[in-house]
Design a protein around this ligand. Structure first.
Ligand SMILES: Cc1ncc(COP(=O)(O)O)c(C=O)c1O
Length: 392
């Protein structure tokens, strides 16, 4: 009998070991944060009872207020997503000329410029932060430049003061694509408080989400009002339309999901921080890997964990990505290729050979490893082990 039990145990053990050797479940690079369903249901009941589904309803207004407090900023205006928010900010500011921007971003940043009727002019990025280099921006300024649209890549703040000084010297607006910046602070202030306005994304993959969504943050009430009208087809009231806008309103359902999620966000940020700290302490001694570190005056949100795979790492970035994929782990070449090399933008005057060298190098060498609050420690250790010894 004893013999049978131990035989059975060893069978279970060997099954476990086999399972462990394979990838038990594919590991995504991000997993959406979702509040408990019970927390969402009371909002749904209210929405169903009132029949108020959209058009600046009570939950949209409540989430705006909550976020104003959370970010400690004067105005937050919710929109359907960050892409439309950016487009409308450019339209509200009357930008139709050249906009200096980063080629190292998600294509939505550049698309918003073109769809607003303006022209993107790419400037190169800083090799340490992967954000727009103020020196490169200054070199691109001409009499046609009407705005700077900078991106706080991975939630690492741009050099906000240097960019502001350039914008002020030229008397043009400074807009921040702050899609990645929920909860980020610099010098004790929300990073969203800098520039003429910032646009943050609440897409499902972000630190805080409303399924789809976004917000414009600004301290300029006229700008916020103008963007709000544009987001409602330029409608002032039932009989008056004073500008050509589109429908970029957030619905009550989306706002309700945000309200239900907000109480969990601090805990989620803490979990992300623990994951990123574990990556850093395990990987910082690996030859050929470099990391983007926020400066000491930044409170970061650990949105992503990008590693920069340098030539002295044993294999290329693409090979590492492939090895992880074969072992069931999704890592993302985020952002690849550089927007300047995507077919709709390649060949534009600021994208010629020999330009944007830092952005193009970053696009070829950055890999984002999985980070999300539910990432299991054992799974993270497996990812670390692969990155430390990619060929074993
Ligand atoms: C840098 C950047 N800008 C803009 C966007 C677009 O955000 P949304 O999906 O809310 O339109 C994203 C989305 O991931 C992004 O990463």
């Amino acid at each position: 009998m004893k013999h049978l039990i131990s035989q059975k145990n060893s069978l279970v053990l060997s099954r476990l070991t086999n399972l462990d050797a394979q990838s038990i479940e594919p590991v995504p690079v991000v997993r959406p944060s979702m509040p408990p369903l019970e927390d969402v249901l009371p909002y749904l009941r209210d929405i169903w009872a009132s029949g108020d589904l959209t058009n600046n309803g009570i939950f949209v207004r409540r989430l705006q207020e909550e976020l104003q407090g959370y970010f400690d900023v004067p105005y937050v205006s919710l929109v359907a997503n960050c892409t439309l928010g950016t487009l409308l900010a450019l339209r509200a500011l009357g930008i139709t000329g050249d906009v200096i921007t980063s080629p190292y971003t998600f294509v939505a940043t550049t698309n918003a410029i073109v769809l607003a009727g303006a022209t993107p002019i790419f400037a190169d990025i800083d090799p340490e932060t992967l954000n727009l280099s103020p020196t490169a921006v200054a070199e691109q300024i001409t009499e046609r430049t009407q705005a700077i649209l900078a991106v706080h890549c991975y939630g690492i703040p741009c050099d906000v003061e240097a960019l502001q000084a350039i914008a002020d010297r030229r008397g043009i607006p400074l807009i921040f694509d702050a899609a990645h910046c929920f909860g980020v602070k610099v010098g004790g202030r929300s990073v969203l408080a800098y520039g003429d306005c910032s646009i943050v994304s609440f897409h499902a993959t972000k630190v805080f989400n409303t399924l789809e969504g976004g917000a414009i943050v600004s301290s300029n009430p006229q700008l916020v009002e103008a963007i709000g009208q544009l987001a409602n087809n330029g409608i002032i009231d039932n009989e008056n339309v004073n500008s050509i806008g589109l429908n970029a309103k957030m619905s009550e359902l989306h706002a309700a999901v945000g309200l239900a999620q907000l109480p969990y966000v601090s805990d989620e940020l803490a979990k992300r921080r623990t994951i990123v700290e574990a990556y850093l302490s395990a990987l910082s001694s690996v030859q050929g890997l470099r990391f983007i570190q926020p400066s000491s005056d930044v409170v970061h949100n650990s949105y992503m964990f990008p590693i920069i795979v340098e030539p002295d790492y044993p294999i290329t970035r693409d090979k590492l990505c492939e090895i992880l994929r074969q072992k069931g782990i999704s890592a993302r070449k985020y952002f690849y290729p550089s927007v300047a090399d995507l077919p709709p933008y390649a060949g534009a005057p600021s994208t010629g050979p020999g330009t944007l060298a830092v952005a193009r190098r970053a696009a070829d060498s950055v890999l984002c490893l999985p980070v999300f609050p539910g990432l299991d420690l054992a799974v993270q250790n497996r990812i670390i082990e692969i990155v430390r010894n990619p060929l074993s």
